[in-house]
Design a protein around this ligand. Sequence first.
Ligand SMILES: Cc1cc2nc3c(=O)[nH]c(=O)nc-3n(C[C@H](O)[C@H](O)[C@H](O)COP(=O)(O)O)c2cc1C
Length: 236
Amino acid sequence: MKMRSGSLFRLLIVPLMVSSLLAGCAPENTQPDVVLSDPVESALPEPQLDGDVSVERSLSERRSVRDYSEEPLTLEAVSQLLWAAQGITDQRGLRTAPSAGGTYPLETYLVAGNVVDMSPGVYRYDPGAHQLSKVQDGDIRSELAGAALGQQFVADAAINIVFTAVFERTTRAYGGRGTQYVYMEVGHAAQNVYLQAVALDLGTVVIGAFHDDDVAELLGLSQDEQPLYIMPVGKL
Ligand SMILES: Cc1cc2nc3c(=O)[nH]c(=O)nc-3n(C[C@H](O)[C@H](O)[C@H](O)COP(=O)(O)O)c2cc1C
């Protein structure tokens, strides 16, 4: 579809002009600000764009699940969950979850403990390339459970997806209101993971009760990045 220059102006400039009130739809920053030292990158299987479970079925069966089996997750399931969280679904870089003005403040981490053909460690998801960068070796699930006030199911789950945010990406466009937008956005991403988990016959729960500083230290987050949600995922 051809875009008129007036439309382009509205997409790119107007959101900034009314920054304190409106969340526009221009993807102005799809690149993460976080710089990794010597990342090890691994490609993920292509996400599936079709499945056997309807969105209505996923909605009706969605529940917070805290009991998981000890079975490992497949790389295909991990790929699908990360794509549901923040995958790219449009040539312009737009994603599965909406973002105020396309500012994309969220970062998505995988704390892998029990995944077929994947070594335990902390990985960061790169939506653009649909691949993972390893940021740390080793299984930190027990430490993460400790940081989450001892919620044991964090340690029991095969993986944990951790959402963090660089608030500045959104507040630079929307001022103080951008802070609210970031919290709204992580809710969208987390619900996507919930629904995808149902469709894959997996269990998950959102965890908001944790010590921010401890989680930030465990994941090696930069100063401008804050953890928002932990989502343990495991087989039922
Ligand atoms: C913002 C927020 C924070 C939450 N934090 C936790 C948590 O730290 N630990 C936990 O077990 N569940 C947590 N939950 C999950 C709720 O306990 C759960 O959604 C609620 O009991 C309703 O159950 P349902 O999700 O199965 O419908 C949280 C939910 C929300 C929305």
